[in-house]
Design a binder for this molecule. Structure first.
Ligand code: LLP
Length: 430
């Protein structure tokens, strides 16, 4: 995807940089981030959703370089932790253009967000309402907030990442009346500016009907608040979750089509409800960064294993694994891969790309056909690893988290360096 292409010699070139050259200098495993592709995807959302605000969801992947690109492309930023906020502020990101999420923000974290001038805090519980009221009263500062509501939509996605049905930890239920009550309390709290409602229905969603149903329900509450409380909320956020193609079987979301569909629903519902359209925003993460990064590994051990039916599966071990991509093990996610630095005409074999960790579930790519002569020293690239891979990476087995190397116009630049053994040992003070 993006600016990636393969030469006749089988060299994978991303952002004008042959991966073999990049590896010669920076070693493996490494995440390779295609800056032009990232920026193009950010712009595609910004342009398609003209008149809306687009908040890039930093949980998918964030570092100071990415925060700066996001600012330069005119997007806002969604953070969901004190750590992400710290990265954004270090990058010089305008705090007024940051939204702050989380179901369990501490008083200290909220105090800091208010003091830093965060543009909107997305409130997730009655206790958080009280904490914010206390902070604004104590300090005399004001807080701009949105109310995270649960629209009761079952998005068609993996159950661990569906968030809009009722039995989960996020948000205020619309059906129980909690959402209305939260709005009532926040609307009456001095020092609190209530911006609007926020709904996020899940992640890796392809069927836009989930967004439509959610938008209808949230707008109905928005109108009810205006009718019964006389409070006109100026904004509304419809969340992220737009799916990307991990394998060729999926159809990637098209920002222009999404914008048209979502815009139509909002316009239609607002007219039907007799309310003015609030200023809308969305929070795509995966759809911007996911396809813009790949991971490159070096092959170590290659082991053919006999299967019951007499077939053979070739286990191709690489120098990373579930510590740099937990998604296959955790969500049964589907990735593909390709040889990155040579051409082969060998007959393909059924391969499984696995990591180096002490765990049988340590699988990166469950099923892929690779050339039968795949051998130690080969480079393998896994595309589509931009979202929730580096950001969910761990030090399992005391492994070192890989660097993120940005490529553009033939130049490779480290934006997150590789961890060292000294980094690992630094926290061990016993
Ligand atoms: N807004 C809110 C409030 C969210 O909770 C999320 C994701 C997003 C926006 C961005 O969603 P996206 O456009 O990236 O789908 N670790 C899982 C995904 C967890 C998503 C959490 N919230 C995975 O690897 O699939």
């Amino acid at each position: 995807s993006g600016t990636a292409h393969k030469t006749d010699d089988g060299d994978l070139v991303v952002g004008g940089v042959p991966l073999a050259d990049l590896v010669a200098e920076h070693n493996t495993p490494a995440y390779v981030l295609d800056e032009d592709d990232f920026r193009a995807r950010a712009r595609a959302f910004r342009d398609a959703f003209a008149g809306w605000d687009v908040y890039y969801a930093g949980k998918a992947f964030l570092c100071t370089a990415v925060a700066r690109w996001i600012a330069e492309e005119g997007l806002c930023l969604d953070v969901c932790s004190a750590g992400e906020l710290a990265v954004a502020l270090r990058a010089g990101f305008d705090p007024a253009r940051i939204g702050y999420h989380g179901n369990n923000k501490s008083v200290a974290e909220l105090r800091r967000a208010v003091a830093d001038g965060v543009g909107r805090i997305i409130v997730d519980s009655f206790q958080e309402v009280d904490r914010l009221a206390m902070i604004t009263q104590d300090t005399g500062m004001s807080a701009r907030v949105m109310v995270r509501v649960t629209a009761g939509v079952e998005a068609h996605t993996h159950e661990y990442i569906a968030t809009a049905h009722e039995d989960q930890k996020f948000g205020f239920s619309i059906t129980s009346g909690d959402a209305f009550e939260a709005v009532r309390r926040l609307g009456a709290a001095p020092g609190i500016e209530l911006l609007g409602l926020h709904s996020h229905i899940g992640s890796q969603i392809f069927d836009s009907s989930g967004f439509e149903v959610a938008a209808r329900r949230v707008l109905a509450l928005h109108a009810r608040v205006s009718d019964e409380l006389g409070v006109t909320m100026p904004e509304m956020d419809l969340g992220g979750g737009f799916g990307i193609a991990y394998t060729t079987q999926d159809d990637p979301s098209d920002p222009a089509q999404l914008a048209t569909e979502m815009g139509k629903i909002v316009e239609h519902e607002c007219r039907a409800l007799g309310v003015e359209e609030p200023r809308l925003s969305i929070e795509p993460g995966r759809a911007i960064v996911g396809p813009a990064m790949c991971t490159v590994y070096t092959v170590g051990t290659v082991k053919p294993v006999m299967l019951d039916a007499g077939a053979v599966r070739t286990y191709v071990s690489v120098d990373g694994g579930m510590s740099d991509n937990i998604r296959t093990a955790l969500y049964d996610a589907d990735y593909s891969c390709t040889l990155a630095a040579r051409r082969s005409d060998a007959v393909p074999v059924l391969a499984r790309v696995v990591g180096k960790h002490c765990e049988a579930g340590d699988i990166v790519v469950r099923d892929e056909f690779l050339p039968g002569d795949v051998a130690p020293g080969d480079l393998v690239a896994v595309p589509g690893t931009g979202a929730y891979c580096r950001s969910m990476a761990s030090n399992y087995n005391h492994s070192l988290r890989p660097p993120v190397i940005a490529v553009r116009d033939g130049v490779a630049r480290v934006v997150v360096r590789r961890e060292t053994e000294d980094d690992l040992l630094a926290t061990d003070v016993g």
